[in-house]
Design a protein around this ligand. Structure first.
Ligand code: ATP
Length: 278
């Protein structure tokens, strides 16, 4: 049996450059893995691939991204072995935190470990690409600048220490809806993201997400949440991915703790205090 931790991510920066012929979008993003984890258990005493997840929003059939990962891995190995995947969800689902993609990457890496590291990290990254645009990032396992559809990654070293308070307001936001309703301008095409992020002030200036315009227009209450975070001491606040999770960044753990305590009295949200995995 293997027990693994599958981390969430946030986008500190996200610019959408253009819609591609294949329906995906080219983006430039700064992504950061964070210390908020799903727990996954793999057992190998079974004839088929199965997924168990008590969370009603997560499918247990072959559409589960963890199932897809196991299925692809076995096919690449040329075997039809089984594995029982049990997912204990902590990361909010469909929240812009990459939970499903992370689960897929964690399963690929755990299976590779179980099968004597048959594949290199590069091979696992290209398997990950077949599952979804965000999956390679979770194999990469470091803060990164992401280009292409989010799958071309360059490490981003030297980020300053910081802390987050994340608020998941429990709204349903469809990633497809957000991208379909995004208005793109031609001037975005040659955009360059700043890559020298050394101080907390650099980090504050970096915060930007093109997708906010769509999600915040549909759910204006997210503006209040952003404002609330800044009023509680955050250096800045932003939506992650296509939302609806909003995070605030703090330069000290004490400030993050104080904001967490004050916000927890104000709304019935899922609230998390987390650190980046630098
Ligand atoms: P995306 O932007 O790719 O939609 P997200 O981070 O906003 O990602 P996820 O938590 O990954 O959201 O869930 C997106 C969808 O994927 C959900 O509707 C969920 O039903 C489905 N899904 C499939 N497998 C999983 C999984 N292992 N964990 C969570 N969701 C999964």
């Amino acid at each position: 049996m293997l027990v693994i931790k599958s981390p969430a991510k946030i986008n500190l920066f996200l610019k959408v450059l253009r819609r591609r012929e294949d329906g995906y979008h080219d983006i430039v993003s700064v992504m950061c893995p964070i210390g908020l984890f799903d727990n996954i258990t793999l057992s190998f005493d079974v004839p088929k691939i199965t997924v168990q997840c008590p969370d009603p929003r997560v499918p247990e059939d072959s559409s589960n991204l963890a199932y897809k990962a196991a299925d692809l891995f076995m096919k690449k190995c040329g075997v039809s072995d089984g594995v029982r995947i049990t997912i204990d969800k902590v990361i909010p689902v469909a929240a812009g935190l990459g939970g499903g993609s992370s689960n897929a990457a964690s399963v690929l890496m755990a299976l590779n470990h179980q099968y004597n590291n048959l594949f290199t990290k590069e091979s696992l990254m290209s398997m990950a690409r077949e599952i979804g645009a965000d999956v390679p990032f979770f194999i990469f396992q470091s803060p990164a600048k992401a280009t292409g559809i989010g799958d071309r990654l360059t490490p981003l070293n030297g980020l300053p220490p910081f802390w987050f308070v994340l608020i998941y307001p429990g709204l349903e936001v469809s990633t497809v809806y957000v991208y379909e309703n995004l208005k793109l301008t031609k001037s975005e095409i040659n955009y360059k993201v700043p890559t020298l992020i050394r101080t907390f002030s650099d980090l504050k200036q970096l915060l930007h997400n093109d997708l906010e315009q769509v999600t915040l227009q549909k759910h204006p209450e997210l503006e209040d949440i952003k404002r609330g975070l800044v009023e509680s001491g955050a250096g800045g606040a932003l939506m992650s991915g296509s939302g609806p999770t909003i995070f605030g960044i703090f330069d000290t753990l004490d400030k993050a703790r104080a904001a967490y305590r004050s916000i927890s009295t104000k709304g019935n949200w899922d609230l998390f205090l987390a650190e980046p995995l630098l």
